[in-house]
Ligand binder design. Structure first.
Ligand SMILES: Cc1cc2nc3c(=O)[nH]c(=O)nc-3n(C[C@H](O)[C@H](O)[C@H](O)COP(=O)(O)OP(=O)(O)OC[C@H]3O[C@@H](n4cnc5c(N)ncnc54)[C@H](O)[C@@H]3O)c2cc1C
Length: 472
């Protein structure tokens, strides 16, 4: 008999929206066993190829069915440095779960019947964390004389640092912000990724001997050349895509219009929701509009709605997107959660102009209705604006979440580093080496905005290549 997927427990909506508590609560042991028991243990499991770091999914799920959670944890750790983290935020419906044999052929993302691989990964990861399990290091005395500099402490930098440190190489991570984690800390809110989970994964690196300095911008405080002169044998750049894109429409710089990066950084990193106890303020509109259809838009809308609720206002936060829900690149779960929590959605709408009052404060957004046209280069149907369909949306605050670009603070002052037209680093995909000898890169600074697991996949290739480079 076909078994139904095991639903994950979640915090009730009225409990969620008054704060930033984690929404997804995870599987109990019984639930994990039941879900793992649904896995068909395919002879040729496609899910493994669907995972950018190639976790042996079939094996770890089998180990869960045998209640060997330590083995399951270690199987995941062989390929993935951060199981508790990826189990929470990987877009599994576009990756391993989409490749699961239980997903219907040709579906744009995983079918609900697909095994909940990510929730099982989280279960094993959290087990390992609770039990204080540690993945073994494979130290090599010969390599311990080398020092490698890692620039950026997002998932790309952290993953590369971990891989190198496990081989015994001395690693120092330089982070420009005052806290580590990159987007994991300043972008993704605690309601999706609790900070103790993030801290645990980062502390694990410190235990491996990785040294981390914050408030240190490479390219400003020191150049790459200076690092090499100080004795670093190689460098890894995980600089991320931290620069927001805008739509370029009139009125976009009116007051109370934020880039999603600024808005989320104020709230997540600078604790603006606790102003004035914390020094960074944030505006909270009565009618908030968030523009975009990705994870950044979902996070911004859910944070904005919570701020309204926490300040005793009637929540009124609307996502405006040019295409339809099917084309939204955000994780399906986040779209569902946003809807449950009361975020409104306006599809097939293209913002044309923001209009403000005499004080320069935004008041409304003029938009056009759209219809879907032919697919574009991304394979998604192109939005086509309908002439004369103008209408206005009241908004006294807007958050623009329409994409991110390369952080070029370092690349601009390092002419040896070749970049493409978008400012992304050019690398040899086999080694992730840049045009500068001994300098490797990975994550969003290579190829633009991606996912956490893709960033980690690149870092692993780079770490292997750095090791070979040091040996040679
Ligand atoms: C709001 C939001 C939500 C997202 N949600 C998801 C999700 O649910 N699932 C998913 O898989 N992906 C998600 N993503 C995408 C994912 O977070 C990124 O793909 C990932 O963080 C890229 O990692 P990275 O290490 O390359 O860059 P980042 O995480 O951007 O880290 C780069 C770090 O480098 C530092 N830095 C840059 N230049 C310098 C310098 N010169 N010197 C020192 N430090 C420097 C920056 O301060 C930053 O801390 C989301 C992205 C955003 C913005």
């Amino acid at each position: 008999m076909k078994k139904e997927p095991v639903k994950i427990k979640e915090l009730a909506v009225d409990q969620r929206i008054n704060g930033f508590q984690e929404v997804v609560l995870g599987y109990s042991e019984e639930e994990a066993l039941e879900e793992a028991g649904r896995c068909l243990q395919c002879k040729n499991p496609a899910c493994i190829a669907g995972c950018p770091v190639g976790i042996d999914i079939k094996k770890f799920i089998y180990q869960i069915t045998k209640k060997d959670y330590i083995a399951a944890y270690l199987t995941i750790r062989e390929k993935n440095n951060f199981p508790s983290l990826c189990g929470r935020i990987c877009p599994a419906e576009y990756q391993c779960r989409k490749a699961c044999i239980l997903t219907k052929k040709g579906a744009p993302f995983a079918s609900p019947e697909a095994i909940n691989i990510h929730f099982l990964e989280r279960f094993a990861g959290d087990y390992g964390m609770r039990e204080g399990l540690e993945a073994g290091a494979n130290r090599n005395e010969d390599l311990s004389r080398f020092k490698v500099a890692v620039v950026g402490s997002g998932p790309a930098g952290l993953c590369c640092a971990g891989e190198l440190a496990r081989k015994g190489i001395k690693v120092k991570v330089f982070e420009g912000l005052h806290k580590t984690g990159g987007v994991l800390r300043y972008g993704i809110p605690a309601l999706r990724l609790p900070r103790d989970i993030l801290d645990f994964e980062i502390n694990y690196l410190s235990k491996l001997g990785v040294e981390i300095v914050t408030n240190f911008i490479i390219g400003r405080a020191k150049t790459l050349d200076e690092l090499f002169k100080e004795g670093y044998a190689a460098a890894f750049l995980g600089l991320g895509a931290g620069i927001p894109s805008f739509m370029g429409v009139p009125g976009e710089n009116l007051c109370n219009i934020y880039s999603a990066n600024e808005f989320l950084t104020r709230v997540n990193l600078m604790c603006a929701y606790k102003f004035p106890q914390f020094h960074t303020p944030v505006s909270i509109g009565k009618h908030i509009v968030v523009i975009g259809g990705g994870n950044t838009a979902m996070d911004s809308s859910r944070v904005a709605l919570r701020l309204q609720k926490m300040n005793g206002m009637e929540p009124d936060t609307t996502i405006v997107y040019r295409r339809t829900e099917v084309e939204m690149p955000a994780r399906r779960l986040e779209i569902e959660h946003a809807k449950e929590e009361g975020v409104k959605f306006k599809f097939l709408v293209k913002p044309e102009e923001f209009m403000g009052n005499d004080l320069g404060l935004v008041e409304k957004m003029r938009s056009l209705e759209c219809k879907l046209g032919e697919p574009d280069s991304s394979g998604r149907k192109r939005p086509v604006a309908i002439a004369g369909s103008d209408f206005q949306i009241p908004c006294d605050m807007a958050v623009i979440a329409v994409g991110l670009k390369a952080n070029q603070v370092l690349t601009k002052v390092t002419p040896e580093l070749k970049t493409d037209e978008y400012g992304d680093l050019e690398v040899n995909p086999q080694t992730m080496e840049t045009s500068m000898r001994g300098v490797f890169a990975g994550g969003d600074i290579v190829g633009g905005e991606g996912t956490i697991i893709e960033a980690m996949g690149m870092s692993k290739i780079a770490a292997r290549a750095i090791t070979d480079y040091l040996k040679s």
